[in-house]
Design a protein around this ligand. Structure first.
Ligand code: ADP
Ligand code: MG
Length: 243
């Protein structure tokens, strides 16, 4: 196996750091131990969280790849690092909902727990300063963030990914309530062929999850609303997924 060199740090976000490699198509992604909520108004550090999320995301993106859903994940490098494809992130956040919870209830005055079937897919502007406002395809394309064709593709991919995730989680007794995805444009070096693939991460930070039997929460709501032992919840999910 060829050694992957962790080069210059390209970006540091709330949960991860990205590093260049010798290959322009590939990045090293490092998962940090930080926890943030409400656009980083609430912050903490949880030792071991980076390792858990790195592994959870690898397991889920690996399973999605087997189901024909391409993502940026290539392989695990060690506890906190993965190798991934270098994409141009499309600055939208895509949320798929199977049940009304969180911001959806606050925004529309809907009762928490209301089932949403067929699922809803909403696309928001990825911008923390503006609190990721929900917008329409017209506005996203007016702002030059993505074309209408790209947005239609993203919506289709998000719903397909959701179906597969529901299956993967469901098989382990975990119910997926809603989740957030990011997508990127991948243009392999030396080509001008671009395809949209799933990017970023799929973890307890980005999915709202409960144990289907006990109703126990396994996601970031534990941290958001001080509902219990965050590390234990995150670790339980990893264990259920076979990690
Ligand atoms: P944020 O604070 O913006 O949520 P994160 O710490 O979650 O940041 O992630 C770091 C950044 O890396 C995010 O802006 C995300 O969009 C971006 N990113 C994730 N995956 C990739 C990738 N494969 N290629 C390029 N950028 C990526
Ligand atoms: Mg993020």
């Amino acid at each position: 196996m060829t050694e992957i060199k962790k080069g210059k740090m390209l970006y540091e976000g709330k949960a991860k750091r990205l590093f260049a490699t010798d290959n322009p198509d590939e990045l090293v992604m490092e998962f940090k131990d930080s926890l943030t909520a409400f656009d980083a108004v609430k912050k903490d550090t949880l030792s071991g969280k980076g390792t858990i999320n790195n592994k959870v995301s690898a397991l889920l993106m690996g399973a999605l790849a087997e189901a024909g859903i391409e993502s940026t994940f290539i392989k695990l490098l060690d506890d906190t690092h993965s190798l991934c494809r270098n994409v141009e992130i499309i600055q939208v956040e895509v949320i798929v909902r199977y049940e009304a919870q969180g911001s959806f209830c606050r925004r529309y005055g809907v009762e928490a727990g209301l089932p949403i079937d067929p699922p809803l897919c909403e696309i928001g502007y990825k911008n923390d300063d503006l609190h990721d406002p929900f917008f329409t395809d017209d506005i996203a394309s007016f702002m030059g963030l993505a074309t209408r064709d790209e947005l239609a593709k993203i919506r289709y991919m998000a719903l397909t990914t959701g179906e597969k995730l529901r299956e993967i989680y469901g098989a382990q007794g975990v119910k997926l309530i809603d989740f957030k995805l990011e997508f990127g444009r991948f243009t392999p070096h030396g080509t001008n062929e671009t395809r949209i693939i799933l990017a970023d991460e799929v973890t307890s930070d980005t999915c709202r999850l409960v144990d289907a039997k006990t109703g126990e929460k396994l996601d970031k709501d534990l941290f958001r609303f001080d509902l219990g032992d965050v590390g234990e919840g995150y670790q339980k999910l990893l264990k259920k997924l076979g990690g």
